[in-house]
Design a protein around this ligand. Structure first.
Ligand code: WT7
Length: 654
């Protein structure tokens, strides 16, 4: 086992002593949508289980003739021959079937402004946006970069693209102009949809300047920039390129027919960090993605679209905001809440106030948020009426048992079941999760594969490990919402996910099976960090650091952090001429912010005289992690120069 997997294995021993068990209440179990028979059905139907779900969750214009074509593995085709339109499934059909008056989105802006869209209204808005985009020359297959805050136009834009068959590539608003440009270039996007800005911590925060900066350098494939007016701050304007959303969308016709696309037609690209410097454009297609997101949204959250109010707090810039904000809730005809801002504006009870106000019944959020609320204290949520909550979800990183218990007691009133959902940008939808009403939950464990999904934990040789042991998390069988590849790089797709083990998908996570066979996730086993549930690449941040003229060499590690799970800690060697002072640390932090985005800024930058390397020149991050986490430095005998760690320790004492 690799060093990091071993280290995680040790940490796991503590978890194994977790004895608390929370079976579903009899009342919940009796009425739950997911019953034990769902697992039996999945087992007995095999691949055809997904054909059943595809037909149950979606309206197909043309039914498919083959459930799975795996003949060109690892390139999968699901629901072969089927045709459907994603936007029609999310919108029009609800209106046609008499659900037009149901609330689709309650939107609350950070300043407290509100808007709401029924299914009929959202359908009309998406039709208008589709017409507007087409009038700008957008066609099926074209790529659209979406650089928007959490406002309804984000969802409208994504669905308008899907309606036309254009492929959206959402870039998180916290990414820099450079990061936006490299994603525009990689996907050869034609259109950017952005906003003048948004609100952050009670103040306007700009977005459009980043788009302008991204497009400053010549040679981009962008022909138009559509700008949503959100905070009414003044913006620079490029005539002929920039158009206001209000001008093109508001005046567009609200008649638009959704043409059905092939089940395998690309739906979106979403860039995520890998182990090398260059982000990967993860490609998802239509039929399989929609099937598994809708299926999991229904069963893992026990969704009752007529009565529930669902709130997924993720930004649309991440996959969670794709699968469980833009698509699944609408496919399932649910009512959801969308909130633009930060959790502590204007006060630290904002989320709980929103839950009380909109009677949110299903909350889906990340452990890092829960830990932040724990720090703020239970008195804050206690001031609000949270009795509407009946299911709680967690996603993005392992949830520590303390946070799990707090979530259950303080937010869930000691009775709402918690579903800890493990999945990835690449998997598109939940893969491991308890089913509320079936699974006897354990604080801190994601536990069991979703019905129809074949996950396992294997050793170095790819052998399934026995209960009580750890190893690597893999997926043994193709699944409907699996990534179909990396945009423009089929080799990297095979190399990254399918070469570590024969015929198995390698997720990059370490995991253990406990005595009952339940799965506990242990974090990444590669050079990918998880900061507040966001994926960051150590190599990408190292590249950003060495691109600064003052830096000779850099090594980045993820160090344990009480709130964010992991934090970025950088070790840098300065060039001869550069000075080691506070300024350089600030300069380098800002430099990383400019190159990648504020989320990638290191928590600490430590200037050191040397980096620990093996004889073959590989940086031993394990030792740096020991330093960053304030531990005794581990075995350093394989270093090329075994005095390096002392030199580092001495320089940090200074
Ligand atoms: C990585 C994927 C899934 C949407 C958000 C993140 C970690 C995710 C869990 C969980 C333990 C988790 C894994 C995974 N992760 N959910 N419930 N328990 N770890 O998507 O950015 O693609 O990151 O997040 O390490 O590989 P992503």
């Amino acid at each position: 086992m690799s060093e990091s997997a071993q280290r995680q294995g040790d940490a796991f021993e503590n978890l194994l002593h977790e004895e608390r068990r929370f079976p579903p209440s009899e009342e919940f179990a009796a009425q739950a949508l997911a019953q034990p028979s769902l697992y039996e059905e999945a087992r007995s139907r095999g691949t055809e289980f997904w054909a059943d779900q595809a037909r149950a969750c979606l309206s197909w214009e043309t039914d498919f003739t083959q459930t799975l074509d795996w003949s060109e593995a690892p390139f999968a085709k699901w629901f072969v021959g089927g045709k459907l339109n994603a936007a029609y499934n999310a919108l029009d059909r609800h209106v046609e079937e008499g659900r037009g008056d149901r609330m689709a989105i309650h939107f609350e802006g950070e300043p407290g402004d509100t808007r709401s869209y029924t299914y009929a209204e959202l359908t009309e808005s998406v039709k208008k946006a589709a017409n507007a985009f087409e009038s700008l020359g957008l066609q099926k297959g074209d790529r659209v970069a979406v650089y928007l805050p959490m406002i309804p136009e984000a969802v409208i834009t994504m669905l308008a693209c899907a309606r036309i068959g254009a492929v959206h590539s959402v870039v998180f608003g916290g990414f820099s102009a450079d990061a936006l440009r490299s994603r525009i270039d990689d996907a050869e996007a034609k259109l950017v949809v952005t906003a003048d800005g948004t609100y952050r911590r009670g103040k306007p925060s700009a977005l459009k300047p980043a788009v302008d900066a991204a497009l400053e350098k010549e040679g981009s494939t962008i022909t138009n920039v559509v700008v949503v007016r959100r905070n009414n701050e003044p913006v620079e304007w490029t005539e002929g390129r920039d158009v206001w959303w209000d001008d093109v969308v508001d005046s567009a016709s609200s008649e638009h027919t959704a043409v059905a696309h092939d089940s395998e037609h690309p739906l979106f690209i979403l860039y995520t960090s890998g182990t090398t410097g260059k982000p990967k454009g993860i490609l998802h297609t239509t039929g399989g993605f929609l099937t598994q997101t809708a299926f999991t949204h229904k069963y893992t959250f026990d969704l009752r679209p007529e009565t529930d109010v669902f709130w997924c707090t993720a930004d649309i810039g991440w996959v969670t905001g794709h699968s469980y904000v833009a698509y699944a809730p609408l496919i399932n005809g649910a009512t959801q809440l969308m909130y633009e801002g930060t959790p502590d504006t204007p006060h630290q009870g904002r989320w709980w106030e929103l839950i009380e106000k909109y009677k949110v019944s299903i909350l889906y959020t990340a452990p890092t948020a829960i830990r932040t609320f724990m720090k703020w204290g239970r008195d804050i949520p206690k001031k609000f009426d949270l009795s509407s909550i009946r299911v709680l979800g967690s996603v993005g990183e392992p949830i520590n048992p303390e946070a799990w218990m707090w979530y259950r007691e303080i937010i869930g009133g000691g009775k709402a079941p918690i579903v800890d959902t493990w999945w990835q940008t690449e998997t598109g939808a939940h893969m491991i999760s308890p089913m509320p009403g079936v699974t006897r939950t354990k604080p801190g464990s994601a536990q069991v594969a979703v019905p129809g999904i074949a996950v396992d934990v294997v050793d170095e040789m790819g052998q399934s490990v026995p209960n009580g042991s750890g190893g690597y998390l893999v997926v043994r069988e193709p699944w409907p919402s699996m990534l179909r590849g990396i945009w423009g790089d089929p080799e990297r797709f095979k190399q990254t996910y399918w070469s570590r083990f024969d015929d198995m998908y390698f997720a990059g996570d370490g995991a253990k099976k406990d005595e009952d066979g339940d799965i506990w996730l242990l974090g990444r086993v590669d050079d990918v960090m998880n900061v507040s549930g966001h994926r960051l690449s150590t190599t990408e941040i190292e590249s950003a650091l060495v691109s600064h003229p003052s830096v000779a060499e850099a090594a980045v590690v993820g160090a344990k952090d009480e709130t964010t799970g992991e934090a970025v800690v950088a070790f840098v060697i300065l060039r001869g001429s550069a000075k080691d002072d506070d300024d350089i640390v600030t300069t380098l932090r800002n430099h990383v912010g400019k190159e990648i985005g504020p989320i990638a800024k290191p928590r600490n930058i430590l200037v050191v005289p040397e980096l620990p390397k093996t004889r073959s020149g590989k940086i031993m991050r394990r030792l740096l992690k020991d330093v960053a986490e304030g531990r005794e430095v581990g075995d350093a005998t394989t270093l090329a120069d075994n005095t390096v760690m002392q030199q580092i320790a001495a320089s940090l004492r200074k």
